[in-house]
Design a protein around this ligand. Structure first.
Ligand code: ASP
Ligand code: MG
Length: 305
């Protein structure tokens, strides 16, 4: 049954800072038909995990693990339903323990795939929390870890490239399975499965890349990036006073802005979207009714009669 047209939407870390943000994100998701959600790590968490992987002394390790635990525990306090909150807390505590185990393994083994697994916890944690916020609203939702969904064409566990042909089959099947059950899938960004079957990272800021691969694989109505900015701007508003949001762009025009330094989207997104003519929308998370930026294959020309 594939007459569905999905809204694939990605929430960046700067949109996931607090309990209020999680609750706003779930409200936004609830307004769409057939949403498929891609979650980044909560703001600053991947950076903290990198520090954790590099820190030398045990005191610093303890401190960072405590900070990460606290940030996520604080975020589930906004769940209204007591039984949902208890279940969310149980799952969160189990994941924080898994994070500690992964850290110990990295310290004793120092293998690159142990580091990749450790750094993947930011997305694993935020995706679980977002799922509980959706359930708290009475919606059905499940998590999909992206190392069960996206497959790399290499064994480069710290900077992998997705095999588009192989991944799209699994993505299509898994997402259809969840939609058949009326569940909103919340997928982790940032990582996939390496050729030898381990968690592999896709590079910094690559949850956009995950989202574009998911959109590529499905009948997608729109690929929506929820960001902490108003849209793709003509310049950096901190530096150029008269910079404004670009409302409508072709892939080519958007690609040029990105090549010239606009950091709003991961550089691979436009190329992947272009292959299947996927419409991209960049929307401001803190002003969800605003138009943001629309990126499409061709801008319809106005006929002058
Ligand atoms: N959390 C990852 C990073 O900070 C991926 C992402 O945010 O897109 O690089
Ligand atoms: Mg991030």
């Amino acid at each position: 049954m594939n007459s569905r047209n999905y809204h694939v939407m990605k929430f960046g870390g700067s949109c996931l800072r607090s309990a209020d943000d999680m609750s706003n994100a779930s409200r936004i998701i609830s307004r769409y038909r057939y949403p498929v959600v891609i979650a980044s790590a909560m703001n600053g968490v991947t950076q903290k995990l990198i520090e954790l992987s590099e820190a030398e002394d045990a005191k610093k390790h303890r401190q960072l693990l405590e900070d990460i635990g606290k940030a996520h525990r604080n975020t589930i306090t906004g769940l209204a339903d007591t039984s949902v909150r208890i279940e969310a807390s149980d799952e969160l505590e189990a994941m924080l323990q898994a994070l500690e185990r992964s850290h110990s393994e990295w310290i004793s083994g120092h293998e690159p795939w142990e580091k990749a697994y450790l750094l993947s916890f930011g997305e694993r944690l935020s995706a679980v929390i977002l799922k509980w916020y959706l359930r708290d609203m009475g919606l059905k939702s499940s998590n999909i870890n992206s190392d069960e969904l996206l497959f790399a064409e290499d064994d480069n566990v710290l900077n992998a490239t997705v095999d588009e042909e192989i991944s799209q089959v699994e993505i299509r099947n898994r997402i259809a399975f969840h939609s058949d059950m009326n569940e909103i899938p919340v997928v982790t960004g940032f990582f996939c499965c390496s050729l030898s079957g381990r968690t592999a990272l896709l590079g910094r800021n690559s949850s956009d890349y995950t989202a574009s691969m998911v959109a590529y694989s499905l009948p997608t109505y729109e690929l929506v990036f929820w960001k902490d900015v108003p849209g793709l701007m003509t310049g950096d508003p901190k530096l150029v006073k008269e910079s404004h949001v670009l409302k409508l762009l072709t892939y080519e025009q958007a690609g040029n802005y990105i090549v010239n330094g606009a950091k709003i989207l991961h550089p691979r997104v436009i190329d992947i979207a272009r292959k299947r003519d996927t419409t991209i929308r960049i929307k401001p998370f803190r002003e969800p009714e605003a138009e943001g930026t629309l990126i499409t294959g061709a801008i319809p020309s106005v006929e002058i009669s």
